[in-house]
Design a protein around this ligand. Structure first.
Ligand code: COA
Length: 288
């Protein structure tokens, strides 16, 4: 198993799940330049680590993240534009580009505080689960800046405009239940069940064909900005591409398990990964 050793990031890999944890608990996991460089490196390595099938992004010490470090990221870099540019590039790369297009499914697990710039990684992850008593806040209005980096767009894209305007313009805190109500996260659970709920979701995702899951999440994300003819064309080509790279041969496996073996119902469950029967192996179904 690969060794992930960092100062401001803690990585655990167990049972197919990588837990990438911001690790500055004494600062409520406020994000310093060092933390950004380390997360950028960790996520790049975890993406190609064969032991990892699902990525969870969270924070140590009971908090998700208090956003950018106002001292180390803002004040201390004001007079060092070169380092500021480098740190901002790393910050945006892991919080947005990497997570948004990640090859593996990603879950944000939120407890404690999720403030300001932490909405980047919250909203770039494919899924988000929070403790009911977590505290979310777009605090930037309260100290004189716009929501950090791409947060304004990410929030405006994720929730209805009324909610985006309200919370960005008022800067009022809201809890996990409200975050679920407005669609900022998938669901909220009692704090004591947060880790179990996250593992349950990860296990459900691991039952899917990785290639089909990757293509599906990319399709859902990318069609949002396409017009209908573009979407038809893109989706048709994406559908063909799945069949080239899908080691599970999902389409034929699924059809066989449903039609021939009558061993599952796709409305309620996934086909069995690697579940090619010996009869079917001897005489594979013709590819469509
Ligand atoms: N940047 C730098 N330091 C931060 C920080 C941030 N975003 N958020 C918290 N800290 C530091 C505090 O300065 C404090 O450091 P100290 O112990 O050296 O004094 C430590 O973390 C604990 O913070 P504290 O305010 O005492 O904890 P709390 O649990 O009472 O409150 C928050 C937590 C998150 C509500 C509060 O710290 C806060 O409002 N932080 C600012 C969050 C923010 O606006 N982020 C947006 C940045 S884009």
């Amino acid at each position: 198993m690969a060794d992930y050793k960092y100062e401001c990031v803690k990585v655990k890999v167990a049972d197919g799940i990588a837990w990438a944890c911001l690790n500055r608990p004494e600062k409520r996991n406020a994000m310093s330049p060092t933390l950004h460089y380390e997360m950028d490196d960790a996520l790049a390595r975890l993406e190609v680590d064969d032991d990892v099938r699902v990525l969870v992004v969270t924070g140590e010490g009971g908090n998700f993240s208090a956003g950018q470090d106002l001292q180390k990221f803002f004040r201390e870099l004001e007079k060092n534009p070169a380092e500021r540019k480098k740190a901002a590039a790393a910050a945006n790369r892991w919080r947005w580009e990497r997570l948004y297009g990640y090859d593996k499914p990603t879950i944000a697990m939120v407890h404690g505080y999720c403030v300001g710039g932490a909405f980047m990684q919250l909203l770039a992850c494919d899924f988000a689960i929070a403790a009911e008593n977590a505290t979310f806040c777009l605090s930037e209005i309260n100290w004189g800046i716009l929501p950090g980096a791409l947060v304004s767009k990410a929030v405006a894209d994720m929730v209805l405009p009324r909610h985006a305007l309200y919370y960005a313009c008022l800067g009022e805190p809201f809890d996990g239940a409200e975050a679920a109500r407005i669609g900022m996260i998938n669901y909220a659970v009692p704090g004591a069940q947060l880790e179990t709920a996250t593992i349950e979701l990860a296990h459900k995702l691991m039952q899917k064909s990785p290639a089909v899951l990757r293509a599906t999440k990319q399709a859902i994300r990318h069609v949002r900005t396409m017009d209908v003819p573009q979407a038809y064309d893109y989706l048709a080509e994406k559908g063909k591409a799945i069949k080239v790279g899908d080691r599970e041969d999902s389409y034929n496996t699924g059809l066989r398990q449903f039609l021939d073996e009558k061993s599952y119902r796709p409305t309620f469950q996934s086909f069995r990964l690697g579940g090619t029967s010996s009869a079917a192996r001897a005489k594979p179904a013709a590819k469509k």
